[in-house]
Design a protein around this ligand. Structure first.
Ligand code: FA5
Length: 346
């Protein structure tokens, strides 16, 4: 074996034994340092016969480049595995990342849906960009009727539909009533319609976009006792066993008779006294939930349902409102502020 071949084998064998960055540094000095083996061999080149010098020089240079490359590769490999070993310490506690959560409106929608599904209601969601017909005419509010003003509706600049009139942002989920009657065709109807609704108000209890949930129940012989029983079931399921509902006479164009629904205040539990003082949230022991009533015969006719055969009731409540009542929140605008400190509490 000639001298260079021997040196190459020796280097390769030693390289295989190297296990740490400090060892590779020693090997580097041993072969490539000023007094290293490559330079020592180079000094002996004068002893090589003249006709072999050139070839010997080329081979030595090749060996030197090979050693430089191998040492560099081994250094990189050893450094990387040292870093990896430091990073992956399985005994360290893991890094916890901030977790998102469902928005409180989504949580309430899911809860309300499940409460009504348990008693056979079907969740639907009708258009929030709607035609006048479904938001008003079909609900016994003909064109120019003053009751339309109560809803402060925003209209859309769009072609007017020959039968259904102008397009608008629906101000209430009652616009889904006749759509549902058309869908089901023949009662029984048990609908829970949850959708976005719009009115141009902005204060502690009103936002321009808000959610309503609308119940509609139609069948033979449906009366107010079924309505009262359903409302009691809902308020107990959603707010708690000690909460009751009451009906107070009111007026809506699309129900007759009509009522406002109140529930016992969740803060003073209906006593109107909190911490020895008049309850600041309700002042009376009751909180207003929303509107309800027996579906007007004209609305049933719009839905192609015979009012002589079928009767029923409907209600429409604000989702933001029920959440406020449940948790004693005093400003509805927090819901849409995007403030994570508020939202992460739910
Ligand atoms: C109605 O919208 C009727 N469609 C309800 C109804 C349905 C009556 C079926 C009879 C039969 P009202 O305008 O009162 O009713 O609104 C109902 C609820 O929506 C209110 O009690 C309130 O909780 C909520 N609401 C109304 N406007 C806003 C608003 N700008 N921001 C937040 N919630 C609102």
């Amino acid at each position: 074996m000639d001298q260079l071949t021997q040196l190459r084998s020796q280097f390769n064998a030693e390289l295989l034994e190297i296990k740490s960055p400090s060892e590779i540094q020693l090997l580097d000095t041993k072969y490539l340092g000023r007094n290293g083996l490559i330079n020592t061999v180079l000094q002996h080149i004068k002893e090589v016969p003249a006709d072999q010098k050139k070839e010997y020089g080329t081979n030595l240079n090749e060996l030197k480049q090979e050693i430089i490359r191998s040492i560099s590769e081994k250094k990189t490999f050893l450094l990387q595995s040292a870093e990896t070993k430091q990073q992956i310490d399985v005994t360290l506690p893991g890094t916890s990342y901030p977790k998102g959560s469902l928005h409180l409106i989504t949580i309430a929608i899911d809860e309300i849906t499940s409460i009504f599904e348990k008693i056979g209601f079907i969740r639907v969601s009708y258009p929030e960009v709607e035609y006048e017909f479904f938001s008003f005419e079909s609900l016994n509010m003909p064109k120019t009727h003053a009751a339309r003003d109560d809803f402060e509706t925003s209209f859309i600049e769009a072609p007017v539909h020959p039968k259904w009139g102008k397009m608008l942002l629906t101000p209430h989920t009652s616009s889904g009533q006749v759509r549902e009657m058309w869908r089901v065709k023949t009662p029984p109807v048990r609908m829970i319609n949850i959708s976005k609704t719009y009115r141009p108000n902005w204060d502690a209890t009103h936002t321009p976009m808000f959610f309503q949930f609308e119940g509609l129940c139609l069948d033979n012989g449906i009366n107010i006792t079924h309505l009262k029983g359903t409302l009691d079931y809902f308020v107990k399921s959603y707010f708690g066993e000690d909460i009751r509902a009451r009906l107070r006479p009111h007026h809506f164009q699309f129900t007759e008779p009509s009522f406002e629904v109140d529930v016992t205040c969740t803060v003073c539990k209906g006593t109107s006294i909190n911490n020895g003082q008049k309850c600041k949230i309700c002042k009376s022991g009751w909180l207003e939930l929303g509107g309800t009533g027996m579906v007007h015969p004209n609305v049933l006719k719009s839905g192609n349902i015979d009012p002589k055969i079928y009767t029923g009731w409907a209600f429409g409540f604000g989702i933001e409102r029920v959440i406020m009542m449940k948790f004693g929140i005093d400003d509805i605008r927090n819901y849409y502020s995007g403030d994570i400190r508020f939202l992460e509490q739910f």
